[in-house]
Design a protein around this ligand. Structure first.
Ligand code: F6R
Length: 604
C-alpha cells in the first residue's frame, strides 16, 4: 500500500532513501518524506505528490548517516504534508514511519495522549507520540518504550523508528504488514519490499509478525516482544537490478505485456524435467489428491485468473473447484466440504485480504497452496505449499504477466495431479507443447500492436463506458479485460456473460456504445455470442471482435491462432491488455500509476 525504506551506517543515507523510494513508486502513493540524521544534525523533508517533488525540496544540507523514508497512500487523513510520514513525537526527538492500520488509535489518543499536540490525523502520529511519552514522561529506555507501545497497539503495522539523539540504531517491528532487513557492507537497511534495496544488496533477512529488530550498521538483533532472542538466517534474493528497469519501454505495463512469451517459456523450464515431463512437488500433488474440493481464494486480477483455471482444474483433477473473494471469505467462511484445500492466488503474496483467509485456514488445519510471484512473501511463508509464477518483478499497477503466469502455473498443477490420478484427459494434454503454441501466439498478437492501437483510437478515445462480453471461459476473460480497462483508463467498463445482456444490461446500449466481444474456439458458444453481437448492433453499439481463427468471420477485428481451450484465456487476454494500454495512452493518462490504486494492497 505504501512503502518504507531505512538505512543506518551509510553517509549517503539521503541518496539511498530517495532511490529506494523511487523503486517503491510503482506500489502507488500520494505523498512521501524522509528523515535523515547524524550525531549532531537532523532533517525532515516531506512533500505531497511524487518523489520528484520531494527530491526538489532536498538540498545539500539534508545529509546523514541514518535515515528513514516513506511513501504514503492515504488511509487516515487526506494526502497532506502534515499527514505524510515520517512523523515525530511531541518533542520531535523520535521519528517514525509506518505501513498498515492501527485499529485502536483513537483509544490510544484518548487514554494516553491528553495535552499532546498532533499535527495531522494519522494513526502513525499517535504511535510515535505514545513511544515519545513513555521515554520522556515515564523515563523508560527507548527499547522498553517501543515494546510497551507494541503491547498496546492493535492492528497491522510495519514500523521503523529512529531516535534523533542516538541515530545509530533503527528500531523495527511488524505485524501483518511486510518488512525486511537488507544487509549491506558496513551498513544495514530495512524496507517493505526487497525492490527498494536491490541496488544496494541482495542479502535479506525476514522479520516475522510480532518480532522486534534492532538494526545497527554492523549488527542485527531479532527478539520477540518479551525480549527473547530469535535466531534468523539471511538469504539471497534472486532479483536482478535489470529486472526492475524499464529499459527502452515508455511504460512498465508495455514491457510486462511483452514479457509474456518469455514467462511462458520460463514456466515450462521451471515445471518440467530434462525429458520434458511435467514436474510438480509430489507433496503438493498428494495434498490435492487428498482434497474433496479445491477452494481458490484471491482478489482482483488474481481472482479472475482463478476463474480462468476452474474448468481445467475440475476436468483434469476430478475435483470440484469453488472460488471466493478473499475480502468476503476473510470475514465469513461459508460451509466447507469435509476435506477442503485452499489455493491462494496472489501476485504479490502480501494481499492482506488473502492473508486473513489464510490465517483462518491455518487455524482450521486446512492445507493450503500459495501461487505467487514473490518467493518468501507472507502468503508463501504461511501456506503449507508454494508454487512460484517465475514472471519476474511486476511493477505496473495493472497486472498482466502475473495473470497469464497464474493460469499457466495452475495448468502445471492440474496436469500433474490429473496424470498422477490416471485421468485420461490429463494424460492426453500435452501441456509443454500447448504452452509453446500459446507463447508463439502471444508473440504474433504483440506484433499486431499498431492494428490494435488503430482500432482502440476510434472506439475508446472519448467514451465514458464500454462492455466486454463472452460466454464460458470468454466470460471470465471479459471480467479481467474490463477490470484492466477501467483501472487504468477510467472508462466505466463491465464484463458480462453475453447471454445475460438481455436480462437487464442491454438497456444501457445506445448509439456508439463500445462492446468488445470475445469468441474463442467453442463453436456453439461462439454462435450464441454472435447472436448477442447482432442484438447490441441493432441497438447502436460499436462492436470490436476478438476471435480464434476456427470461429472467425471475414469482418472480425482481431483474429488469433487457435490454442488449446484450457489455455485460451491466456492468449485471449493479451489483446485486451493492449486495448487497455492504448486506450489509456490516448486519453493522456499515466499507464503505470493509475489514481487511487496501489500495487500491493496490504490493508484489509
Ligand atoms: C489489477 C490488480 C489487482 C490485484 C489484486 C490482488 O490489475 O493487479 O486487482 O490482482 O490487488 O493482488 P495480488 O495478486 O498481489 O494478491
Amino acid at each position: 500500500m505504501c512503502g518504507i525504506v531505512g538505512v543506518v551506517g551509510n553517509s549517503n543515507a539521503t541518496d539511498i532513501l530517495i532511490q529506494g523510494l523511487e523503486k517503491l513508486e510503482y506500489r502507488g502513493y500520494d505523498s512521501a518524506g524522509i528523515f535523515v540524521a547524524n550525531a549532531g544534525d537532523a532533517s525532515l523533508v516531506k512533500s505531497v505528490g511524487r518523489i520528484a517533488d520531494l527530491s526538489a525540496k532536498i538540498d545539500e544540507n539534508v545529509q546523514g548517516t541514518a535515515g528513514i523514508g516513506h511513501t504514503r497512500w492515504a488511509t487516515h487523513g487526506k494526502p497532506t504534508e502534515n499527514n505524510a510520514h515520517p512523523h515525530r513525537s511531541e518533542t520531535g526527538r523520535f521519528v517514525l514511519v509506518h505501513n498498515g492500520v492501527i485499529e485502536n488509535y483513537l483509544e490510544i489518543k484518548e487514554n494516553y495522549l491528553e495535552g499532546h499536540h498532533l499535527l495531522g490525523q494519522t494513526d502513525t502520529e499517535i504511535a510515535v507520540h505514545l513511544i515519545g511519552k513513555f521515554v520522556e514522561e515515564e523515563g523508560l529506555s527507548v527499547l522498553e518504550a517501543f515494546k510497551k507501545a507494541l503491547h498496546i497497539i492493535e492492528g497491522s503495522y510495519a514500523f521503523a523508528l529512529l531516535d534523533s539523539e542516538n541515530p545509530d540504531l533503527i528500531y523495527v517491528a511488524k505485524n501483518k504488514s511486510p518488512l525486511l532487513v537488507g544487509l549491506g557492507e558496513g551498513y544495514n537497511m530495512v524496507c517493505s519490499d526487497a525492490m527498494a534495496m536491490i541496488r544496494e544488496t541482495n542479502q535479506f533477512m525476514e522479520i516475522h509478525d510480532k518480532e522486534l529488530v534492532l538494526v545497527a550498521k554492523d549488527s542485527i538483533e531479532v527478539q520477540d516482544y518479551e525480549g527473547n532472542p530469535v535466531e534468523r538466517e539471511s538469504y539471497t534474493a534472486e532479483l536482478d537490478l535489470s529486472d526492475i528497469g524499464k529499459g527502452t519501454y515508455p511504460y512498465y505495463m508495455l514491457k510486462e505485456i511483452d514479457e509474456q512469451p518469455t514467462v511462458m517459456r520460463k514456466l515450462i523450464q521451471a515445471y518440467t524435467d530434462e525429458n520434458n515431463q511435467v514436474v510438480v512437488d509430489p507433496e503438493i500433488i498428494k495434498a490435492v489428491q487428498e482434497a474433496d474440493r479445491l477452494y481458490i481464494l484471491a482478489a482482483g486480477t488474481s481472482y479472475h485468473a482463478g476463474f480462468a483455471t476452474k474448468r481445467m482444474l475440475e476436468e483434469l483433477t476430478d475435483t470440484p473447484v469453488e472460488l471466493g473473494i478473499s475480502s468476503e471469505w476473510g470475514y465469513k467462511m461459508p460451509l466447507l466440504s469435509k476435506k477442503p484445500m485452499f489455493i491462494l492466488i496472489s501476485q504479490s503474496g502480501e494481499t492482506a485480504d488473502s492473508r486473513q483467509v489464510l490465517v483462518k485456514a491455518n487455524a482450521m488445519g486446512i492445507p493450503s497452496l500459495t501461487v505467487t510471484n514473490v518467493p518468501g512473501s507472507t502468503l508463501s511463508r504461511e501456506a503449507s505449499y508454494t508454487m512460484l509464477l517465475h514472471a519476474g518483478p511486476e511493477i505496473a499497477v495493472a497486472s498482466t504477466k502475473a495473470y497469464t503466469a497464474q493460469i499457466a502455473t495452475l495448468a502445471f498443477l492440474a496436469k500433474a495431479v490429473g496424470q498422477a490420478n490416471g485421468n485420461e484427459a490429463a494424460k492426453n494434454f500435452d501441456l509443454v507443447h500447448e504452452l509453446s503454441i500459446v507463447a508463439q501466439n502471444i508473440e504474433s498478437t504483440l506484433s499486431e500492436k499498431d492494428l490494435i492501437d488503430d482500432k482502440v483510437r476510434g472506439l475508446l478515445e472519448t467514451t465514458r463506458n464500454a462492455f466486454y462480453i463472452g460466454r464460458g471461459q470468454d466470460y471470465y476473460v471479459a471480467m479481467e479485460a474490463s477490470l484492466k480497462l477501467k483501472e487504468i483508463s477510467y472508462i466505466q467498463c463491465e464484463g458480462f456473460a453475453a447471454g445475460e445482456l438481455k436480462h437487464g444490461t442491454i438497456s444501457l446500449i445506445e448509439d456508439g456504445t463500445p462492446v468488445i466481444a470475445l469468441l474463442s474456439s467453442d463453436e456453439v458458444l461462439a454462435s450464441h455470442t454472435r447472436g448477442n453481437i447482432s442484438e447490441v448492433i441493432a441497438r447502436g453499439a460499436k462492436v470490436l471482435t476478438i476471435v480464434e481463427e476456427n470461429v472467425a468471420k471475414e469482418d472480425d477485428d482481431i483474429v488469433l491462432t487457435q490454442v488449446h481451450p484450457y489455455l485460451s484465456p491466456i492468449s485471449m487476454v493479451v489483446p485486451t491488455q493492449l486495448i487497455a494500454y492504448f486506450a489509456t495512452l490516448h486519453r493522456g493518462l499515466d499507464v503505470d500509476k493509475p489514481r487511487n490504486l496501489a500495487k500491493s494492497v496490504t490493508v484489509e
